[in-house]
Design a protein around this ligand. Structure first.
Ligand SMILES: Nc1nc2c(ncn2[C@@H]2O[C@H](COP(=O)(O)OP(=O)(O)OP(=O)(O)O)[C@@H](O)[C@H]2O)c(=O)[nH]1
Ligand SMILES: [Mg+2]
Length: 270
């Protein structure tokens, strides 16, 4: 597998480029992968709050990833229509903001290879459609998800209020607890919207909710690139930590089982 990859693999259910007010069809290509040089996250609570300020270099530096990925995680992007899920992925994979993306129909898919704390990790990014009529398709992807990026639009309160609905859908779909990064997107627009008298979602609101639902939290802008990489890297760290813990626990259980077998076997001989 090419380690320096961010590719379209599956653009199903796509709206023709002429359709809708949101213009042209996406066409994503290769992208530089990213190495993070951030401090390694310990296995602490998943409630860690992340910076709001743009910090392209705070925990990541764009360099080519040349190693084969050690692990692969499936990450699903969820949230109401027009919160910026596809724009988030385009920013992550192409490093730019493409206005007028067409609304996602069904689900789109991208691969991204990252180097997180010296470990090469491949991410399968599933970009679900926020529109109600595609809800059951979106739900079917949660079952297979290792992690979820749950987005809301901080300039549109309804999308924030609907986060709990998305959370219920995620929890209903999977027997195990899926790590979630709650992302308040479009922070570039918040001040302006607030000045215009629009009800916006403040950082503290998002933070409080993330604590209640035991999720990571960050605010981002797909438009100016703030915290897009940080969100993904921090979620990936949590996925790695959880997986390491699982492996350790299974290892310990196996060892205990071996010990038990040994002692009962020796006891039998005596
Ligand atoms: N100002 C600003 N606009 C954004 C940002 N992210 C997305 N948008 C705009 O918001 C609209 C919706 O973006 P999309 O990325 O298509 O949203 P989506 O969540 O994928 O929507 P669905 O595919 O319908 O579920 C588009 O007009 C984008 O240009 C952002 O960070 N800032
Ligand atoms: Mg979309």
């Amino acid at each position: 597998m090419d380690a320096d990859v961010c590719s379209d693999a599956d653009f199903r259910f796509k709206r023709p480029s002429s359709a809708g007010s949101r213009g042209s069809n996406r066409s994503l290509t290769r992208d530089e992968s990213v190495v993070s040089h951030g401090s390694r996250s310990s296995g602490r609570s998943s409630r860690r709050q992340l910076p709001t300020a743009p910090s392209e270099t705070a925990s990541s530096t764009v360099v080519k990833v040349t190693k084969e990925p050690e692990r692969m995680y499936k990450v699903v992007l969820a949230g109401d229509a027009a919160v910026g899920k596809s724009s988030f992925i385009v920013r992550l994979c192409k490093g730019k903001f493409v206005p007028n993306l067409s609304s996602t129909l069904g689900v789109d898919f991208q691969n991204k290879v990252l180097d997180v704390d010296g470990h090469t990790v491949a991410l399968q990014l599933w970009d679900t459609a926020g529109q109600e009529r595609f809800r059951s398709i979106a739900k079917s992807y949660f079952r297979r998800a290792d992690g979820v990026l749950l987005l809301y639009d901080c300039t549109y309160e309804r999308s924030f209020l609907n986060v709990r609905e998305w959370l219920d859908a995620i929890e209903d779909s999977s027997p195990k607890k899926i790590p979630i990064m709650l992302v308040g997107n479009k922070i570039d627009q918040r001040a302006e919207m607030q000045q215009q008298g629009r009800r916006v979602v403040r950082y503290e609101d998002g933070q409080r909710l993330s604590r209640e639902i035991d999720a990571l939290f960050i605010e981002s802008s797909a438009k100016d690139g703030s915290n897009i990489m940080e969100a993904v890297i921090e979620l990936t760290r949590l996925l790695r930590t959880n997986e390491d813990l699982e492996v350790k626990t299974v290892g310990m259980q196996l060892q205990e089982l071996k010990n038990e077998k040994k002692s009962s076997c020796c006891g039998g001989k005596r």
